[in-house]
Ligand binder design. Structure first.
Ligand code: SF4
Ligand code: SF4
Length: 255
């Protein structure tokens, strides 16, 4: 946590500006200066800039509390959430760019929704059953340890920071990224899902999936929710190997 030093600083923001609806205007970096306030987040700073200096500045925020995943951006070259990043932790000059790999809406605003919808459709990111869903049936109990593991994976807020920070995702648009593999692992662990091993491994066992990952763990470094992404990769790889030598079944609680 940053210290509140109360030292007055003038912050210089160099912000990427581009509106895809006006392709005739080239992208440029625009400088804004504001006085730093105690406990100022990038969310507060950007709102102040928009209110006082340029109402056309585009960026996304909804919840302000690292839950909605809307405010991912490149902060001095590193993906981070604007609401969670305090200016006190940054130097006087702060460069802000939109997250790469996602479609640009304008300035700092990107379309993560389209990417995440495509990813969820590719991996069938929902529970697949062979029987008809019975809405009157009682919910089946689940082992506590497995439920905790699933809950951990479900903490992903789909901010896209892990994808933006991933060297592979930056050059391979079809790479599922850490969040995609985390999503798959979440359903692989779920005992209610009745998919066959082959259908999992069709999705993950190639260069677009877990074997495309070069393992430098930038995703793990930048995930604002501290998801156990390293453990997710180990789990999927272990399952892939187990599927070769056995029926692929192991205890998901061991993730
Ligand atoms: S470990 Fe590296 S290559 Fe693999 S998903 Fe994470 S950032 Fe991308
Ligand atoms: S895994 Fe982490 S960094 Fe990636 S989308 Fe989810 S919360 Fe964001």
């Amino acid at each position: 946590m940053a210290e509140n030093t109360n030292k007055a600083r003038t912050l210089k923001f160099d912000i990427f500006r581009y509106n895809p609806a006006e392709p005739e205007k080239a992208p440029f970096m625009q400088r804004f200066e504001i006085e730093e306030a105690p406990y100022m987040s990038l969310f507060l700073a950007l709102n102040q800039i928009r209110e006082e200096q340029d109402s056309s500045l585009q960026f996304d925020f909804v919840c302000r509390s690292a839950v909605c995943g809307s405010c991912g951006m490149m902060v001095n070259g590193r993906p981070a959430l604007g609401c969670q990043t305090l200016t006190a932790d940054l130097p006087d000059t702060i460069a802000l760019h939109p997250l790469p790999t996602f479609g640009l809406i304008g300035d700092l605003s990107v379309d993560t929704g389209r990417w995440f919808r495509g990813m969820v459709e590719r991996v069938n990111g929902w529970i697949v059953r062979q029987d008809e869903f019975d809405r009157t049936a009682l919910e089946a109990p689940m082992d506590d340890k497995i439920a905790e593991k699933i809950y951990e994976a479900d903490r992903c807020i789909e901010c896209g920071c892990c994808v933006a920070g991933c060297g592979v995702a930056n050059v391979r648009p079809d790479f599922l990224g850490a969040t995609g593999l985390n999503r798959i692992a979440r359903f692989m662990m779920d005992p209610r899902d009745e998919r066959a091993q082959e259908s999992w491994f069709e999705v993950v066992s190639d260069a677009e999936g877990v074997f495309g990952c070069i393992g430098m763990m930038a995703c793990d470094d930048v995930c604002p929710k501290d998801l156990p992404l390293l453990e997710v990769y180990s789990y999927i790889r272990r399952k892939a190997v187990a599927s070769i030598f056995s029926d692929g079944k192991d205890n998901p609680a061991k993730l």
